[in-house]
Write a protein that binds this ligand. Sequence first.
Ligand code: ATP
Length: 354
Amino acid sequence: MSIQVRDLRKTFGHFKALDDVSLTFHSGELVALLGPSGCGKTTLLRIIAGLEYPDSGAVLFSGEDATFTHVRERGVGFVFQHYALFRHMTVFDNVAFGLTVRPRKQRPSREEIAKRVHRLLELVQLDWLADRYPDQLSGGQRQRIALARALAVEPRVLLLDEPFGALDARVRKDLRGWLRRLHDELHITSIFVTHDQEEAMEVADRIVLINQGRVEQVGTPQEIYNAPASPFVYGFIGDANRLSGHAAGGWAELAGLRVPAPEFGQSEPRPVTGYIRPHDIQLQAGDKGEGVAVRVESVAQVGAALRVGVRIPNGDTALQVELPHHGGHWPFQVGEPVRALPCAARVFARDGAH
Ligand code: ATP
């Protein structure tokens, strides 16, 4: 089922939690709502769910107005960060719950419920835990049971609010891959909230990046990473170095670096800021030759990369550089003069000093 939201606005007192949000979620896709804390992600999810109503604007389910449809009539399933499973019920009864409370006429038979619950428990690969109680499960297992429970009523839409937020890094990583595979199997239109850009990049078909109640950019993870629409997006997705400078005549001069900037064709120089990712800068030993002369300030091995902090001596510009490095001697030492060669085509120049 597709979902559209149109011109949504929501205020709490004088605070604008959502400011003119319009989006389309296509049938069967997995979309991440991503943004910093307090940007309005949960509010948007709650409005789609019917747990909250907007001040103005509309929510459409398959083209039909559902803005004020009661939450129970929307056919949505939820998983929250702290989804309280019923502690006094077994895993089996928790998953069966949504079916057993249906009015008698819509309630499947006892055998049908048992079959469906076991199928769901197999789907989340926890069939062997059917007789346990929630207190006897790990955090990751609990979230998978919560998901099985949400799926039991065959929702048309699945809404997940920071589903793995409370789990440790290792378990989170496992569950991300697992959620992606599950989605590929079921194809239920799913929207999940996260403030973790890595999680969004890894799991989602498309990302909606929200900042201060407004949509900053919508796109596939690749589009958002490679063509950020604004400095905010650039800084939020991955690490960014900033370089101050000026631009005119189709070129930008940024901390001693000259890069093409066709959008700045005017003759009068204008202040600009350039953004470049740490892995788009190379370092070469020695202080002579191409590139910008810099001094090494720090070196650290982070996973399979070397993180090198450098500073341009005559300015006050510090840069982070990331180089592939799988072990062995570090090629650069603190205090050493080297040259930084940013990949000019990867510099993203924007109006204004920052
Ligand atoms: P987080 O990642 O921290 O959960 P979020 O992006 O999900 O943040 P929301 O929960 O949507 O953010 O909240 C957006 C803003 O609206 C916040 O500043 C929050 O304090 C405010 N807000 C949300 N719900 C209410 C409420 N019921 N009453 C007053 N203010 C609220």
